[in-house]
Design a protein around this ligand. Structure first.
Ligand code: NAD
Length: 481
């Protein structure tokens, strides 16, 4: 398979020592590809090619409208290839084909959005005293390294590649070791489509985070690091980047809550709660993994959630009619179950699921959608990110208690509020300690809106025009006239 080479310096290549790693279909455990395991020499080669492409200014100094046109072509290729890419994504990650397809189209939309922004990155003129002209320029940051997780492998890669390219940066992307195939296949499609992207502007390198991600984070030739991943990885990358004061954008974990009030539309809320925790088998930073529900509507809502999830067939992501696929790997599934059981030892009652699905799928990474009620705020099911299909349910009686519970976590990514009361909705939107709040809908985001975490959920902004700030640096120019 061509997809099993890396894209470095405009060429498709294996690791310099020939090493490869196996890539699995997590629904069956079958090996579906062998992918290069890059060496440190390969990292140096990728950085050298990116630096050369940045410094020859063929991309950074290109008419920004032309850069935008190239990004539009890349978006068109992504839309055209979406079904192929979604098949690869579903097979490699375990998610359903439908989920994969909508994510890849979202990635294409992100490319379109930033294509339109590439010629609107403006500086300013500044009124200063005396006979002077003073202005600021926003210039491309340089070579940016993008370290991508396995849960939305292609979409999260495109989320940061698009603004970086729009700003005139050159890019090295590293997918997660479990899920490299969609990014490699996308890069191949871009290469073959002859979009006009100069050689070396975009590269894909494969290998482990501990070796290749770490080397990129500390590399003297890298000007910015973007990581989407777990909190421990965020700390490791930031520590490494601090050695050279390299700026970082970190999109890390979450422990999102739905706050459901008695005046909420419970049928809609039940569907959204299921969507927010069972989509992608709950492997989402912005999962609504906590349900904080008013005691008066607790029983009705839990009953509606259990009824709704009964309509979600679980199975291999490429099978017809499946609503929840496998988890990404049996080792990850086992970790989720281990945390679930440790949490249950602290309290709570399983009202749905709670186990692997080994009878139906002996070698697959499947797990039942799980709902646990009576979870107290000291329980790890309330505080820790399980990154699997586990909903923890807690009750409240007063609005102030709901707010306190929602904020009682080290994370601060997305929270949802379910109420018809306008004042309450906006009060909570103001007081929730997180980067995103959604009222009467969950989860939802758009390329043009900020995706950003507070507290341990991260540093910096993805999506929206705010994301472009990271990929540019400001230069002030003073002219005595
Ligand atoms: P992970 O942290 O294990 O890996 C993420 C990436 O970092 C992978 O490419 C991995 O190879 C690399 N990596 C690992 N160790 C590294 C190191 N020491 N130095 C440099 N790179 C290293 O995360 P994951 O398990 O792939 O994804 C799950 C995590 O990602 C969850 O915590 C989830 O909440 C988070 N996530 C956050 C967002 C967001 O936008 N906030 C989105 C998706 C996932």
């Amino acid at each position: 398979m061509d997809e099993t080479s890396m894209w470095i310096g405009g060429a498709w290549t294996g690791a310099s020592d020939g090493a490869t790693g196996e890539v699995l279909d997590p629904s069956s455990g079958e090996v579906i590809a062998n992918v290069p395991k890059a060496t440190l020499a390969d990292v140096d080669a990728a950085v050298a090619a990116s630096r050369a492409a940045f410094e020859d200014r063929s991309w950074a100094a290109m008419d920004p409208a032309q850069r935008g046109r190239i990004l539009q072509k890349m978006a068109a290729v992504t839309y055209a290839e979406a079904k192929n890419l979604a098949t690869i994504e579903s097979r490699n990650n375990g998610k359903t084909f439908r989920e994969a397809l909508s994510e890849i189209r979202y990635g294409a939309w992100t490319l379109e959005y930033f294509a339109g922004a590439s010629d609107k990155i403006e500086g300013s003129t500044i009124p200063v005293p005396g006979n002077r002209l003073n202005y600021s320029l926003r210039q491309p940051l340089g070579v940016t390294a993008h370290i991508v997780p396995w849960n939305f492998p292609l979409q999260l890669a495109l989320r940061s590649i698009a603004p970086a390219l729009a700003a005139g940066c050159t890019v090295i992307a590293k997918p997660a070791s479990w899920t490299p195939l969609s990014l490699l296949a996308w890069a191949k499609a871009i290469d073959e489509a002859e979009t006009g992207l100069p050689s070396g502007v975009l590269q894909v390198i494969t290998g482990s985070g501990g070796l290749i991600g770490d080397a990129l984070a500390g590399h003297a030739g890298v000007d910015g690091i973007v990581l989407t991943g777990g909190v421990p990885t965020g700390k490791a990358v930031m520590a490494k980047a601090s050695e050279r004061l390299t700026p970082v954008t970190l999109e890390l974990g979450g422990k999102g809550a739905h706050l459901v009030f008695p005046d909420a539309d419970l049928r809609t809320a039940a569907k959204a709660v299921c969507f927010g925790i069972f989509m992608n088998a709950g492997q989402m930073c912005w999962a609504g993994s906590r349900l904080i529900v008013h005691e008066d509507v607790h029983d009705d809502l839990v009953e509606a959630i259990v009824a709704e999830i009964g309509k979600w067939p679980v199975g291999p992501g490429l099978s017809e009619g499946v609503r929840m696929g496998s988890l990404v790997h049996t080792s990850h599934r086992d970790e989720v179950l281990e945390k679930l059981n440790a949490g249950l030892a602290m309290g709570g009652e399983v009202v749905l699921g709670g186990a692997a699905m080994s009878d139906d799928h002996p070698a697959g990474a499947f797990m039942q959608p799980t709902v646990v009620t009576g979870v107290t705020e000291d329980n790890l099911l309330f505080t820790e990110e399980l990154f699997g299909p586990v909903l923890a349910v807690t009750t409240f009686s007063e609005e102030s208690e709901a707010l306190r519970l929602a904020n009682a976590t080290e994370f601060g990514l997305l929270n949802g509020v379910w109420t018809q009361h306008l004042g309450r909705a906006h009060r909570l939107a103001r007081d929730l300690q997180c980067g995103m709040v959604s009222i009467n809908e969950y989860p939802i985001t758009f390329p043009q809106t900020a995706f950003t975490g507070w507290k341990m959920s991260g540093i910096g902004v993805e999506q929206s025009l705010d994301a472009l700030r990271f990929y540019t640096r400001v230069k002030n120019v003073n002219v005595k006239i």
